[in-house]
Design a protein around this ligand. Structure first.
Ligand SMILES: Nc1ncnc2c1ncn2[C@@H]1O[C@H](COP(=O)(O)OP(=O)(O)O)[C@@H](O)[C@H]1O
Ligand SMILES: N[C@@H](CCC(=O)OP(=O)(O)O)C(=O)O
Length: 371
């Protein structure tokens, strides 16, 4: 798929996930900016009225809670962030309900934790909720359930959540709206000039200076937007990154921002869950030969290519497969308990007792990840 095909996918989508970041909805001084929120809703409602199903992933709860709680700046500690999110989420949901109400559209609030997508049964449950909400004509408004998410398990920024939701609801496209109008060769606030309008693969990203948020309101900056865009693209979902001020153009003509081409066909729900949503309980360290076999030749992982293990997993758990440079190159369902593997790793099949002679991770249960 090319960048222009991605733009076409946005304009022709039957179902689209739109993610809007804190920096596009809130200001440090006044919290929630209702005028900006209304403009975003105008753009989305326009598409909904054309029978496009839109799922909105909206950040801004923490930002919207700053001024009601008289906090001087965006809090950095988890407890105050959670308190701010608790107050702000209410304001945010209320604002969306009112704003979509101008178009006689009903919103439904969906607050998710990483557990809701990491566990397969919860994932399916969330899928059912979205599908019913959309069938009933409501606009689902999604955020992380910040008040209960702990440091270890939280998504933190909503870009990854949006990519997960895009696959979960079977969206035709993902639109990421921020305070910046496109991807640049560096942070535009610090003088970068070259706008990148299309990303077809890793080569288009080489040499770019991808930075963190400089607005002080968002969390992940361009780093998290890029990794979310690449996650969605790898799963077969085209992505458009644009400014929230251009929301109307982004959703109708899609002739603004940066388009990320989808790579190949859509991953099945199970393979996407395995590669990107499931929580890994351990790591298997691979030698170079094993990396080549599982990533490039799509073979099963055999004990001979495993150099070490971390974690206390049991057969059937999801584990990360790590290359000699410590990069996660794939994920898969492990066929052995952690306690069984030390006697087997590094050995070729004929050195392993017949009853234990099987794949450590079977190719059908293994998803290579783009670096
Ligand atoms: N290469 C880059 N291209 C564009 N923006 C960048 C780049 N590197 C860093 N940024 C910064 O990322 C910010 C957007 O991230 P963030 O504030 O987290 O947004 P959001 O709240 O929408 O998620 C931009 O305002 C910009 O300052
Ligand atoms: N769930 C948090 C999102 C945190 C955040 O800043 O996300 P983002 O603006 O998308 O980088 C909130 O609503 O404030």
């Amino acid at each position: 798929m090319t960048g222009s095909a991605s733009r076409k996918a946005v304009t022709e989508a039957n179902r689209v996930v739109v993610k809007v970041g804190s920096s596009a909805l809130t200001t440090a001084e006044d919290g929630l900016d209702r005028a900006k929120l209304d403009r975003l809703v105008d753009a989305i409602a326009g598409r909904v009225k054309q029978n496009v199903q839109v799922v909105l992933v909206s950040s801004g709860a923490i930002g919207a809670g700053i001024s009601p709680l008289a906090l001087p700046v965006r809090p950095r500690d988890l407890a105050t962030q959670q308190a701010a999110a608790s107050v702000g989420q209410l304001a945010l949901a209320h604002a969306y309900a009112e704003s979509f109400g101008r178009y006689s559209l009903t919103v439904g609030q969906v607050l998710l934790t990483s557990d809701d997508v990491a566990r397969r049964a919860h994932y399916r449950n969330a899928q059912r909720t979205f599908s019913r909400l959309l069938a009933l004509g409501a606009v689902p408004v999604v955020n992380e359930n910040d008040t209960v998410a702990t440091e270890e398990i939280r998504f933190g920024d909503n870009d990854r959540l949006a990519a997960l939701v895009a696959h979960l609801v079977g969206a035709d496209a993902l639109v990421l709206l921020s305070d910046v109008d496109a991807l640049y060769d560096g942070d535009p606030r610090h003088g970068a000039t070259r706008k990148i309008t299309e990303v077809s693969g890793a080569a288009d990203l080489a040499g770019l200076d991808i930075g963190m948020s400089s607005s002080g309101l968002g969390t992940g900056g361009m780093v998290s937007k890029l990794s979310a865009a690449r996650m969605a693209a790898a799963a077969g979902i085209p992505v458009l990154l644009a400014s929230s001020g251009d929301a109307e153009r982004a959703l109708s003509a899609a002739d603004v921002g940066t388009a990320f081409a989808a790579a190949g066909s859509r991953l099945t729900a199970r393979r996407f869950w395995l590669g990107y949503a499931a929580g890994a309980t351990g790591r298997l360290h691979l030698d170079d030969g094993a990396v080549a076999a599982v990533v490039r030749r799509r073979r099963s992982l055999l004990a001979a290519g495993v150099t070490g293990i971390d974690g206390d997993f049991v057969a059937g758990d999801v584990v990360d497969l790590v290359d000699p440079e410590q990069r996660v190159v794939a994920r898969g369902v492990v066929g052995f308990d952690a306690g069984e593997l030390p006697d087997l790793i590094g050995r070729s099949s004929h050195q392993i007792p017949a009853d234990l002679r099987r794949e450590v991770v079977h190719a059908d249960d293994l998803v290579p990840l783009t670096p």
